[in-house]
Ligand binder design. Structure first.
Ligand SMILES: Cc1ncc(COP(=O)(O)O)c(C=O)c1O
Length: 404
């Protein structure tokens, strides 16, 4: 893969900030966007800023066609059987909430998560436990923070209605054995929802091969515009679900007394949609197809191997998760005893435009349970290079020395 060539597609990597290069290692939050995505969004606003599915004029027809194309691109990207199985959302969080509020869970139904869920896949279940009495169970990870399949297997029974788990963790980059988890859950009659926010941008996922029931992810973590997301669901299951947000564009007609819902996907896409975002997401998928997800994973693994080796040399430093970087995708989360990770992030940014994340990464529950204050997190994407990692390491060594 010619990284330098791909880098040219990213204006921020070309121009930097006030002429000074930017090293962007906060890709788990949002990735940068290539010109083709920026152009697709701009083109919508410049040339056909109308509504899809409502107006019969030329502009309306064009938006409808472009959104349809984007839906097909996303469906093909994840191996969905039908484009109607793709529901556009604002983000992963909305997709998970849609399932949580539409599945018709009742008191006593069991939902299982891991012990390191993003708040987006934790709080919805806690709320349902508090409001209607579902039972939320948590599978403890192994000592090295990898998934404990044995503990999970023992936990699953016929009361489990849903297993809702983070496929790749934004805390430490670990991916769970989804295929086995899905098989075991299905054997007991439960459904599986995967939070694929950190998985979809980095690895090939085929929903049909996995046989997963629902899959939620965000466009902004895979080169797409901010505030875009997708909920995939098996057609039959989505058909049976009650939409949790209703109103304009979800119904075929209404009377003063009643209404009739539109078929999929419209019944879940209430109100005027983020058309520019949806079209931009289609452009992002095209771009990712061009690069190839296996090339992305390869580059991230190479960088992770290198950065892990260097971080391990720092005094009093711990990397969260397994020691083998091959098990942590493109994420390295670490903390240095006695050093505030926010200080590290601020100094790296101010001194050298190196952008990393610091804090609890919306996985507060894990940090509380482990009595760890916070971590610094580096998350790579394919446009990051070994030279950037070397620059990061040099600056990190200097910063840690300064702060200890
Ligand atoms: C694993 C994981 N799940 C869910 C989310 C929530 O994504 P969004 O804010 O796009 O809804 C994130 C965001 O960082 C994430 O990393």
């Amino acid at each position: 893969m010619d990284i330098q060539k791909f880098k040219q597609d990213f204006p921020l990597l070309q121009k930097g900030i006030k002429g000074k290069p930017v090293v962007y290692f906060d890709n788990a939050c949002q990735t940068l966007r290539p010109l083709s995505v920026i152009e697709a969004v701009n083109q919508y606003y410049r040339e056909y800023p109308a509504c899809a599915g409502r107006s019969v004029h030329k502009l309306g027809e064009l938006v409808t066609k472009k959104c349809d194309e984007a839906r097909k691109l996303v469906a093909d990207f994840i191996g969905a059987k039908r484009r109607e199985e793709i529901i556009f959302t604002r983000n992963t969080t909305e997709g998970i909430n849609l399932v949580a509020h539409s599945l018709g869970l009742k008191a006593g139904d069991v939902v299982i998560t891991t012990d390191k869920e993003h708040n987006s896949n934790l709080v919805p279940w806690q709320r349902l436990a508090q409001k209607i009495g579902i039972i939320h169970k948590i599978v403890p990870s192994k000592k090295d923070n990898t998934f404990d399949l044995e503990a999970f297997t023992e936990m699953v029974d016929e009361k489990v209605k849903l297993v809702s788990m983070v496929l790749t963790s934004n805390l430490d980059g670990v991916t769970i054995p989804a295929l086995e988890i899905i098989k075991i859950t299905h054997r007991h009659g439960g459904k599986v929802l995967l939070d694929a926010a950190q998985a979809i941008p980095h690895q090939q996922i085929n929903v049909r091969k996995l046989d997963v029931d629902f899959l939620a992810f965000s466009g902004h973590k895979m080169l797409g515009p901010s505030g875009t997301g997708v909920l995939y669901g098996k057609y039959k299951l989505l058909e049976e679900l009650e939409p949790f947000m209703v109103g304009g564009d979800t119904v075929e007609y209404s009377t003063y007394k009643d209404h009739k819902f539109l078929p999929l996907p419209e019944k879940f896409e209430a109100g005027l949609q983020n058309y520019a975002g949806i079209i931009g997401l289609g452009a992002a998928v095209k771009y990712l197809d061009k690069i190839g997800l296996e090339n992305i994973a390869k580059q991230e693994k190479k960088l992770n191997r290198f950065v892990t080796k260097e971080i391990e040399k720092l005094p009093n430093t711990t990397i969260i998760g397994p020691s083998d970087p091959a098990l942590r995708g493109g994420i390295v989360s670490f903390y240095v005893k006695g050093v505030d990770p926010h200080q590290i992030a601020l100094i790296l940014d101010e001194s050298s435009n190196i952008m990393i994340r610091s804090g609890q990464h919306c996985v507060h529950s894990w940090f509380h349970a482990h009595n760890i204050q916070a971590s610094a997190r580096v998350s790579f994407y394919f446009y990051n290079t070994l030279e950037e990692v070397e620059m990061f390491i040099t600056n990190l060594q200097r910063t840690v020395k300064l702060l200890t």
